[in-house]
Write a protein that binds this ligand. Sequence first.
Ligand SMILES: Cc1cc2nc3c(=O)[nH]c(=O)nc-3n(C[C@H](O)[C@H](O)[C@H](O)COP(=O)(O)OP(=O)(O)OC[C@H]3O[C@@H](n4cnc5c(N)ncnc54)[C@H](O)[C@@H]3O)c2cc1C
Length: 369
Amino acid sequence: MNSAPGPRIAVVGAGLGGLACARVLQLHGRAVTVFEREASADARPQGGSLDIHAGTGQTALRAACLLDRFRALARPEGQEWRLLDPATGSALSFDAPVHDDDSPEIDRSQLRGLLLDSLADGTVRWGRAVMGVTPLGDGTWRLQLDDGTAEDADLVVGADGAWSRIRPALSDAAPGYAGVHFVETGFDDCDTRRPALARLVGNGTLLAKDDSKALLAQRNGNGHIRAYAAFRAPQDWQRAAGVDLDDPAAVRAHLLKMFDGWDESLLGLLRYPDGGFAHRPLFVLPTPHTWEHVPGITLLGDAAHLMPPVGLGANLAMLDGAELARALIAEPGIDDAVRAYENVMLPRSAQAAQDCAKALDDLVPPTDS
Ligand SMILES: Cc1cc2nc3c(=O)[nH]c(=O)nc-3n(C[C@H](O)[C@H](O)[C@H](O)COP(=O)(O)OP(=O)(O)OC[C@H]3O[C@@H](n4cnc5c(N)ncnc54)[C@H](O)[C@@H]3O)c2cc1C
């Protein structure tokens, strides 16, 4: 742990939420150590583009004094939104907001890089997975690391995402399958190599849907387009359908059959993606997910409120991180700070989880509706 004076704060997880928390703490001179299981910042691709909203993600970036640097990297034109008719590929509606700052897009890797670069050297301990925590009886906690060592902390912040190792210390809840699969595809250098696809998707997000499935595509930085086929199916649909998920040709054939009758321009999103197909069944925590306050430990982001990925999770994770840090700075003791944070975060995320569940139902309606 960082040996500076003051409470020993251990953040578990260097995702957007954990990093926002660490950044705001450090800005105010607080010591913090982030334990991250991945070996380095670029150990894994960070995923697509994120809308960073004015009232949540941008609020966190302002608290982190990173809003200007964020704006220099963000793409306001990425707010363009088009809904296409699946049968014809023609536009049913088109929204191209004037270049305001309401929710500009940024690649997740750029945003994470911005937060990482803002931290003092050595704040993130890479390659240190936390396996679990045990209370030491006086409100402090012991973290067990996967290399067999242990670290003690006055406050443990579980920012370790959907499959949190910290959550069991506070709650028995576990993520459950949400009934919907995303299958992700992607195309590089689209403006040059796939101009028709680039025109179809435009500068922002494309959606086409019928009453059981949807195709979504979004423009990322550097001419990359990321797309998702979304559909309701049992958790092990691939077994029933006899599809080997490691065989891109088999996945493509299955998806093309599923989307049969859709306009050829849209089916281009499924035909020859550069990176094959990544299967992402959606999991969510029960709503509302809450817990009785326990001294010296709390959760933020997906660890606290995993919800359908319809554009809020990363924003809320950063807001949680920044607000927890601000409470720790403002309140006289750790316990008062964590209570103040949880009193706001838990009801806010319960409402957001409900809204996201409804948005997922609108995107891919339940079969009985
Ligand atoms: C397909 C998809 C699209 C999405 N699109 C959007 C979007 O457009 N807008 C939006 O706002 N949200 C979006 N989300 C949701 C968003 O990705 C999450 O809500 C957000 O990443 C949560 O941030 P976090 O910091 O809580 O957790 P994470 O980003 O999951 O970070 C957790 C970190 O903890 C580390 N970790 C995990 N376990 C351990 C351990 N035991 N020890 C140490 N470290 C550990 C992980 O390696 C990771 O670095 C999307 C999600 C998906 C799946």
